[in-house]
Structure formats: C-alpha cells, structure tokens
Design a protein around this ligand. Structure first.
Ligand code: SF4
Length: 270
C-alpha cells in the first residue's frame, strides 16, 4: 500500500497526471470501446488513395487525434510538393481550429462532426435543425421564426456569435426545442469553413468508407507483420525508429507489388 501511495503521489505530480512503469514515454490512448483503453503510442499515417502508400507518418504519445489534422495534412502536402490537397479523416480529428488551419493552407478537409449535441440526446432539436441565412445573418428555427444576431463572446478560445428570437414564449413546439426562456444558437466566426466540410461529406457519403479501406490496408499489413501488434522498442525515440522501419518495409513491398522488383531497383538507381 505504501508503494502504491508513493506511485499515486508521483502520478499526481506528473504534468498529464499519468505515469507508465514499463515505458516512461507510453501514455493512455483513447479507444473506441467504452471503458477500454491501451497504454502505448499514437501512430499517425497519411495514405494515398490510389496506391495505398504511406506518404508520411508520425509517432506521438498524445492520447487523441484532435490536434493532429493540420500538422499531418501540411506534412503530407510538403512531401507530395502539391499546391492543393484533399484530406479525408475520421471524426476523432474534428477540431474547428485545425480545420481552419487546413483551409488557410489550401487543404480541403472532409470529416464528420462528432455528435455531442445535448439537446439532440435529450430528444430536442439539434443545431442542424436551424438553417443559417448568410445574406441576412439570421438563423431560421424549426418554427420558421428568424433568430437575429444579439452579441458575441469568446468561449474556449473561439469567438462565438449568439442568435435568438423573441417568439419562443408563445411557440407551439417550444417543448421540443428548449426548457429555457428562449432557445439560443451560437455560430463560430469561421463557421462557414465547417459548413463547407459538412457539405463535402453530404455530397460524398462514400468518403468515410473509402477512408477506412485506404488507411486500414497499411495498418492491417503492418500489424500482421508485427505479430502480436506490440512495438518491440521502448521510449518514444526508439519506437519512432521502429515504426519508420515498418513503414519503409511496407512501402517497399507495396511498390514491388505495384510495379515489380526490377522497375523498383531501376527507379532507386536513377
Ligand atoms: S422555441 Fe423558439 S427557437 Fe425553438 S422552435 Fe419555437 S420559436 Fe423557434
């Protein structure tokens, strides 16, 4: 018990309140299963849709992907030496400021928004039930009322504009909308960038299936080659080297399968 109390004190003092005894650099990773988790590393890959080659990769020890979209996308753009890039990512990468950074760097992003609406979970109208009219800067609510701009305020680093209508107190469908005096809808000052992301997803509903098929190919191959899916090395620096070798081996066999061994040797010699 004394040993565990000592470890607990150490854990509390750690900058991210985590300590890993088997590998000091490994961290708890978010996993999709509720209540599940794994202590390890987070491998980021950008895979090209046509040949399933890994364009760039990174190993980090941050437990989620929220801050990885623009660094990975910009790195991919630099490797490919292109002016424009289309990126499809999963919902774990959804972050308003990351999406804006991509937009400013000439990177077109398609990814779904995580479902976090409390109103929707409680059976009330979600934000998507309110239509924005850009010309007039108003929202039209499900009852057809116009919600006008009232004020703006910064929240979690984002400047949000607030809209509402004075018609809520006499609204026939208010119980499906809000338990408060009136329903308020907020809009990020760069919300048009997020709306464009959603539009692209609506226009291409296959995008997420294609993403899965594209990125799981290298992951599946690399994991199968690793055996029990564990890294052999410890510490971030060493794990990065191990992963780089795995990526190199995957890409080499992939190119061999696509163009054949002789053309590959010729290309390498050129
Ligand atoms: S409660 Fe207000 S915002 Fe909601 S539908 Fe009615 S009028 Fe519109």
């Amino acid at each position: 018990m004394r040993r565990l109390e000592g470890l607990e004190a150490q854990r509390q003092e750690a900058p991210d309140q985590q300590i890993s005894l088997s590998d000091p650099d490994a961290r708890s990773m978010a996993t999709s299963g509720r209540g599940s988790g794994v202590v390890g590393y987070n491998v980021q890959v950008a895979v090209d849709r046509e040949h399933h080659l890994i364009v760039t990769h990174e190993v980090i020890n941050v437990g989620n992907d929220r801050s990885q979209l623009s660094p990975m996308a910009e790195q991919t753009k630099a490797v490919l030496e292109v002016e424009e890039l289309d990126v499809v990512a999963d919902r774990g990468y959804f972050d308003s400021e990351e999406i804006l950074a991509c937009d400013r760097a000439g990177i077109t992003v398609t990814l779904p928004k995580p479902m976090t609406s409390r109103a929707k979970k409680q059976g009330r109208f979600g934000k998507e039930d309110f239509r924005y009219v850009a010309d007039e800067d108003v929202y039209v609510c499900p009852a057809g009322e116009r919600m006008t701009y009232r004020y703006k305020r910064e929240q979690d680093g984002l400047m949000l504009r607030y809209y509402w209508t004075g018609a809520c107190s006499t609204c026939a469908i208010k119980d499906r909308c809000t338990p408060s005096k009136e329903r308020r809808v907020n809009r990020w000052e760069h919300e048009d960038v997020l709306e464009a992301v959603q539009r692209r997803l609506d226009e291409n509903p296959q995008a997420m299936r294609e993403r899965r098929e594209t990125v799981e190919h290298p992951f599946g191959t690399i994991k199968a080659r690793m055996g029990a899916t564990h890294f052999l090395m410890k510490r971030l620096k060493n794990v990065r080297t191990e992963m780089a070798l795995s990526v190199l081996a995957y890409n080499l066999t992939r190119v061999t399968n696509i163009i054949g061994i002789r053309p590959l040797i010729q290309a390498m010699g050129a």
